[in-house]
Design a protein around this ligand. Structure first.
Ligand code: TRP
Length: 345
């Protein structure tokens, strides 16, 4: 397929902490899979993270670690335009432009803002206590990220679909306004903004955390993707199990050890361990050892690549700078087109 015929897949990664196994199977792997069939533009949403991460050293460490993490897990910066949001100032110009087409009522309905207000009301606080404008206008900046690159699809988790729908609404308000006023030359000029679609990862693996709930940083039940071998072993030993004794037969599918095992082991290994569960005679400690063995085997190459990237900051900077340059050349064209449509040349 010609590059120019490929549709654009774009997603943003908020650098708010270390990547974990759940991020890998739930977000990174499916997004990397899409790079085979789409023109992919993946970026680090660092200004989105600023709403919550106000410690400069922590923010810059997160940006580096998350960038290195995507590269270590297989993102090819020659094929994917990979950049930091903050390196593309056109994003912020577009966000300002879009504000003129975004009703305040739309922002009032955003889940994240509503949840913050609700939490305040429950505590008897002022409804907007602790709510910064970054949180309130979050969907506008995200719409700018998406619309700047004429994105066709936006791979996201379920929790982000409302934001993508808001990007659609904002783009439609813009297109409607200028289509009515006319005066444009080409179809693209007339329409202005491409309407994106959310691609929800429905069949992405749900990864159980240490306590059996979905793995999530906010539940404090996550296994980091790149931790050292010793630490990995410690995390695995912390997995919560029931009180079944060694001799009792066990149900593999009711055990988060086995569910994690399935993500890393071959089909034969899975069948063999499932049989040992069902036969009885295997305690939870042994099952954990088996999990550690395959997890460590599969994660070691990723960890080594990650450590190598982190050990060479100049190379990482150069990779991100290259991505920024490619992103800016696309962004500059979009802004030129849009400025022309709005009458600000
Ligand atoms: N809001 C997304 C999240 O919290 C991150 C993000 C920012 C994003 N801009 C984006 C995702 C644009 C998709 C497209 O995960």
């Amino acid at each position: 397929m010609e590059t120019s015929e490929k549709k654009v897949s774009l997603t943003g990664i908020k650098p708010t902490g270390n990547l974990h196994i759940g991020n890998y199977f739930g977000a990174i792997k499916p997004a990397l899979e899409l790079t085979k069939t789409y023109e992919a533009r993946y970026f680090i949403a660092d200004y989105h993270a600023l709403n919550t991460v106000k410690d400069a050293a922590a923010l810059s460490a997160n940006i580096r670690e998350v960038s290195a993490g995507w590269l270590a897990t297989g993102l090819d910066p020659e094929k994917v335009v990979f950049y930091r949001q903050s390196s593309v100032p056109e994003t912020f110009e577009l966000a300002t432009l879009l504000m003129g087409f975004t009703s305040k009522g739309l922002m009032n309905r955003a889940h994240a803002y509503k949840a913050a207000v609700q939490a305040n009301l429950e505590k008897g606080n002022d409804p907007d206590a602790g709510v910064n404008m970054g949180l309130f206008t979050y969907p506008i900046l995200m719409a700018a990220d998406i619309l700047l690159f004429d994105s066709d699809v936006v791979p996201v988790g379920e929790d982000q679909t409302q934001h993508v729908e808001m990007a659609q609404d904002i783009a439609e308000a813009f297109n409607f306004n200028y289509a009515r006023k006319g005066g444009a030359h080409t179809e693209e000029d007339r329409l202005g903004l491409k309407i994106p679609t959310a691609l929800v990862r429905e069949n992405a693996a749900v990864v159980p955390g240490l306590d059996g709930r979905k793995m999530s940083k906010s539940y404090n039940n996550a296994i980091p993707l790149f931790c050292e071998e010793k630490q990995l072993r410690k995390f695995i030993m912390r997995i919560v199990t029931n009180s079944q004794g060694v001799e009792e037969p066990k149900d593999p599918n009711g055990s988060q050890i086995f569910l994690l095992y399935k993500l890393f082991a071959s089909a034969e290994e899975q069948a063999a361990l499932a049989a040992r569960y069902r036969e009885g005679g295997m305690g939870w400690g042994q099952a954990k050892e088996e999990l550690f063995r395959v997890m460590n085997r599969e994660l070691t190459p990723l960890r080594e690549r990650f450590n190598a990237i982190m050990a060479n900051p100049a190379q990482l900077d150069a990779t991100l700078a290259q991505g920024a340059e490619k992103a800016r050349s696309i962004a500059a064209k979009t802004m030129k087109r849009l400025r022309n449509i709005i009458g600000i040349q």
